[in-house]
Design a protein around this ligand. Structure first.
Ligand code: ZN
Length: 204
């Protein structure tokens, strides 16, 4: 559907999207309809609550497909890892269900990739927390997750960076403070945030 042209049958190395949102064959120029839906990214520092969201959000948001991007971490270069995930999401979107990714990704990681054109928009929500709460959660983790003092400081820096810069990224990110929220409240707030941004069914 994406790589083999339905008109000339040739293999397309890159998938080109026209300004009106169709996939264009690089050999014969044939336009195939492409459903361009909004894509969602839940990001944040370690300790901000992503792991719990990754396990609880699927049941709270059954109209979307929620995917934990860490399941495929296998040493691929980051750009290839991200491009692969965008391709998977675009394929799922052809069934008219939006994908919600959970992992630490930022607008700068996606917005310049060729696959960006396959989506109407990518919406970003960053989970943030008070520094103390973040450190407390990281210290409670088992040793293999490597919550050293240095790692905790690094995550606190990133957490502060998110709070300071969410308005300045392109597009801007929405912040959700999880410091005093129960996990169920965080999950419900994310489900609401996604639903407010879903296109009406069938609209590309
Ligand atoms: Zn063709």
């Amino acid at each position: 559907m994406f790589r083999v042209c339905e008109s000339c049958g040739e293999w397309n190395e890159e998938i080109v999207v026209s300004s009106d949102g169709a996939a264009v064959c690089t050999h014969c120029g044939h336009h195939s309809p492409l459903l361009r839906l909004p894509l969602f990214q839940i990001t944040g520092a370690s300790g901000a609550g992503k792991t719990r969201v990754g396990s609880d959000l699927p049941a709270a948001l059954p109209e979307c497909v929620v995917l934990d991007q860490d399941i495929t971490l296998a040493g691929l270069p980051w750009e290839q890892h991200r491009r692969n995930w965008l391709r998977v999401a675009a394929n799922i979107h052809q069934g008219n269900r939006s994908v919600v990714f959970v992992a630490t990704q930022l607008p700068e990681h996606y917005e310049l990739l060729p696959e960006r054109g396959w989506f109407s928009e990518i919406h970003y929500l960053a989970l943030v927390s008070d520094d103390d709460k973040l450190a407390e959660r990281l210290r409670q983790r088992p040793g293999w997750r490597g919550a050293t003092a240095e790692r905790i400081e690094e995550m606190q820096d990133f957490n502060r960076w998110l709070k300071a810069n969410a308005d300045a990224t392109t597009p801007p990110m929405t912040l959700l403070d999880t410091s005093d929220a129960r996990p169920s409240e965080t999950v419900a707030a994310i489900a609401t945030w996604v639903r407010e941004r879903l296109a009406p069914s069938g609209q590309s």
